[in-house]
Write a protein that binds this ligand. Sequence first.
Ligand SMILES: [Zn+2]
Length: 487
Amino acid sequence: MRQIAYTCLACILFIPSAAQPAAAEGLRAGAAKVVITPDVHAATVYLAGYGQNRVATGVHDDLYARCLALEAGADTVEVCAADLIGLFYDDVLKIREMVKNQAPQVNHLIVASTHDHEGPDTMGLWGPSPLQSGIDEKYMALLRERIAQAAVDAARSMQPAHLTLGRDDHPLLAMLQSDSRPPFVKDPYLFVMHLVSDSSGQTIADLINWSDHPETLGGKNTEITADYPHWLCQYVESHSGGTAIFVNGSIGGLLSSNGPSVALQDPETGAVAADNTWRKAELFGDTIGQLAERAVKGGEAVKVDSLDFRGAVIFVPLHNDRFRVAGANGVFGGRKPLYTDGRIDPSVAEKDIPGMGEMKLSTGHDVQTEVSYIRLLAAGRLTAEIVTVPGEVYPELVNGGITRYPGADYPDAPFEPAIREHLASRYQFIFGLANDELGYIIPKAEYDDQPPWLLNRKERWYGEINSAGPDVAGVVTNALVGLIDRR
Ligand SMILES: [Zn+2]
């Protein structure tokens, strides 16, 4: 299996750019948002994240899908971010079909999830029991319709606009990210796109890209909320006008808004806001909102006149038997079919799974997913880049710093390329959980699914249980570098 990660560039299918008639010069932008909160009274809503069978009892604040459409030259690239734990590629492809019918000018649609841990189960893993799906298909159909609607609304509202790019990379930003696993590499970079209408001078949108698990409310809360992104977007919208779109980044490892090391002082009481409280989520969202505002104030106006989109469909080897069992037992609701040699492989087998007994599991080799790389150009000059990653990437795969520890399952595994080493602009947006959610994307040299555990710890580290396997990182990062380095 090992060689696959580094030869799989050969199995990439490049996604062609659909030919579009040349549009007006300069940049056009549009934004829209739509509520995607499930009705907790109409059906049982299983909350995603933490343990199974956490049933929603109410709604604290609405969940949204928020979209930004950008057109320059012949291309329209649109990104939608939804307050969800994750959305599989299967649903993203259906949303794209719907958008294509209503807004054919959108030739590249990215659908990302904020990784909200206080919203409905859209992946199936948090139902009443491990073999019972938490997905409500009626809600999923409505969800796809709503996200598509927001995407269409954003595209139809596009107007001539100017862009300011903002960035904050103060090391103190890392103090807002708790990290539970060595190496303690974080991704403290915050990037903002601020779009203003040429004609009215009003803000159209602010897109904020930052890395942290939205899990401030913890696993005991049963009220639906978007977590800190709710307050972040509320802060930015009330200060800047327009629509705020939050896109999460490199959150593997795992970077979290929760944990005592993320100490936010409540200005009203002078005390540090406690974990699992609404107040901490509010202070957290407001803080990131203020940082985004500051980044725009110190930002750089750029005259983007073309977009260069590069995408690839890739096949990632699946090793995690838990996901194979889930797939074979309908937990994903027919999503995430497995592939062998690039073709759907529906075969199943019985196997004794430790802790689960004799189980039915899918036996295909790979999952299909997608990566992309987008360049924003001004008179041929590279001004900003967007990288989309189909899961929760460990920050060391983005920033460098993969480390060998005793206990690793693949002690001699070569290091994957660090994504930012291949990026060349000052504004390097990393869109995590984009177009898919493959779980943790872990450097192979740090992968540890078998004892002894890394650094001779007594129990296993958290991570591998929610990862597709040790070869995901190699396939994803090499595919991305292949797109980035293409000239
Ligand atoms: Zn996560």
